[in-house]
Design a protein around this ligand. Structure first.
Ligand SMILES: NC(=O)c1ccc[n+]([C@@H]2O[C@H](COP(=O)([O-])OP(=O)(O)OC[C@H]3O[C@@H](n4cnc5c(N)ncnc54)[C@H](O)[C@@H]3O)[C@@H](O)[C@H]2O)c1
Length: 425
């Protein structure tokens, strides 16, 4: 690959040159799914709502999840997909089929990079749930494999597609906030139920709590800020510092539910309750990324984006814009969301199934399917996916070094300086 080729021309060529057996641009998308648990089955439901999608194959090591997924496909009137469940590596057989254009991966985090790398090598357009990677080495593995194979990769970060966040993007692009200086974002979601089963034992996700201390789920927070702040197209993370509080939430909640002698209460947890990452960008901007998944609280992403002319606050559901809002007061965001609403939101079909997350899930899946069908670069590419995910290793290393600044590797190899914004255009 000639790394000097610009992003669009490179990806355009690469996307057109997928494995033999792929159908011509414009044909329906033939998609396999690996992992049809909680999230994978929601993604399957969304894909089945699209007439131009077929599902020839599904893979899951849990035969009940696999059978339920196959039934969903059957009930949609499509042929029963072939099932793959022989072993943890049976996804490799699925990815070697010559009747698939793309594969969606919705498995536990430790499998994401392994499966995505295999998928790109097999020539299938690769979509993966969040996060794309857990370590710097995994980030590089994704970038290197993408550059070697030319196969498109997209992390399915749904919060980039929220109606409010896309309207804020339009407002920024029309200059209402002036020049952007600062962003605050968070993933604040009481997730004890997602980490532990109903008897209080850790699920795969809960196992991460005992073995590392990091900002564990940063992509939902930073996702919208990528386009708000031209990250990867004009600006890039320079370095980040991270501080984590002590972990009390898990002990307290498990002890309340199952008593102080439950084995999970006796366990030692490394993962702090409240994690605060502060990123400095090359342009000189600042980003605060909070994680708060272990204490009782309502769900909140706390997005705030601030420029030289004003700011938007998700928590206040309001804006303050110099010269437009009256007095030194917040003004409700709703009229601005209507006025600056993004065209993508008009494309959500009225008969779309319960799309989850208020329509953002439909859009992230639809944008991926459109790229597969049209053989166009994905709107969230491998560089965006790894930069968002890199907050995990950046924070883990900083916490381990007593909140020391950690430099962000340049996964674009300098291309962030010349790449042009394309998300949502
Ligand atoms: N974007 C979102 O809003 C959102 C929401 C929830 C979960 N997620 C992401 O989705 C992913 C899955 O989370 P979940 O809650 O669905 O977990 P889950 O445990 O419900 O589902 C994971 C599935 O993967 C299967 N699996 C595990 N190892 C496998 C292997 N080697 N081969 C094939 N199948 C395998 C499991 O049997 C299970 O069915 C995670 O990355 C999570 O972060 C994203």
């Amino acid at each position: 690959m000639d790394v000097r080729m610009d992003r669009r021309s490179f990806l355009g060529v690469a996307a057109a040159a997928l494995v033999p057996g792929v159908t011509a641009a414009g044909s329906p998308a033939r998609i396999g799914i690996v992992g049809v648990g909680n999230r994978g089955s929601s993604l399957l439901q969304l894909l089945l709502s699209m007439k131009d999608v077929s599902i020839p194959a599904l893979c899951d090591i849990d035969v009940q999840h696999l059978a339920a997924g196959q039934k969903m496909v059957q009930q949609s009137g499509r042929p029963t997909p072939e099932g793959y469940s022989r072993s943890e590596h049976d996804f490799e057989r699925l990815m070697s089929r010559d009747d698939l254009d793309a594969v969606v991966i919705a498995t536990p985090w430790e499998w994401h990079t392994i499966m995505a790398v295999h998928c790109m090598k097999a020539g299938k357009f690769t979509a993966c749930e969040i996060p794309a990677a857990l370590t710097f080495a995994e980030c590089w593995n994704l970038v290197d494999t993408h550059e070697k194979t030319g196969v498109p990769y997209m992390m399915l970060e749904n919060w980039c597609y929220r109606e409010d966040n896309l309207a804020v993007l339009n407002m920024i692009r029309q200059g209402l906030l002036g020049e952007i200086v600062h962003c605050h974002c968070a993933y604040s979601h009481d997730c004890i139920f997602w980490y532990f089963d109903e008897k209080g034992y850790p699920k795969w996700s809960g196992n991460f709590l005992t073995r590392r201390n990091a900002n564990p789920e940063p992509t939902h927070a930073i996702g919208p800020a990528m386009s708000w702040m031209d990250l990867n197209c004009g600006d890039y993370f320079a370095y980040a510092t991270t501080t984590a509080s002590r972990p009390l939430g898990i002990y307290r909640e498990l002890s309340r539910r199952y008593g102080p002698n439950h084995p999970s209460v006796k366990q030692k947890y490394m993962q702090g309750d409240i994690v605060t990452t502060v990123i400095k960008t090359h342009r000189g901007n600042t980003i605060v990324v909070n994680n708060d998944m272990q204490l009782p609280r309502p769900y909140d992403n706390r997005w705030l984006i601030q420029g030289t002319l004003g700011l938007y606050s998700h928590e206040h559901n309001a804006v303050y814009l110099e010269g437009l809002t009256k007095g030194e007061k917040w003004e409700p965001f709703e009229p601005y969301q209507t006025k600056f609403g993004h065209g993508l939101w008009k494309t959500i079909p009225a008969d779309s199934p319960e799309a989850g997350h208020g329509g953002a899930d439909y859009l992230v899946v639809r944008e991926f399917v459109k790229s597969v069908i049209n053989r166009t670069p994905p709107p969230i590419d491998v560089y965006d996916s790894v930069l968002m995910s890199s907050i995990i290793p950046l924070s883990q290393e900083s916490i381990a070094k007593g909140s020391a600044p950690v430099a962000c590797p340049d996964f674009t190899r300098g291309k962030w300086q010349t790449r042009k914004p394309s998300f949502g255009l």
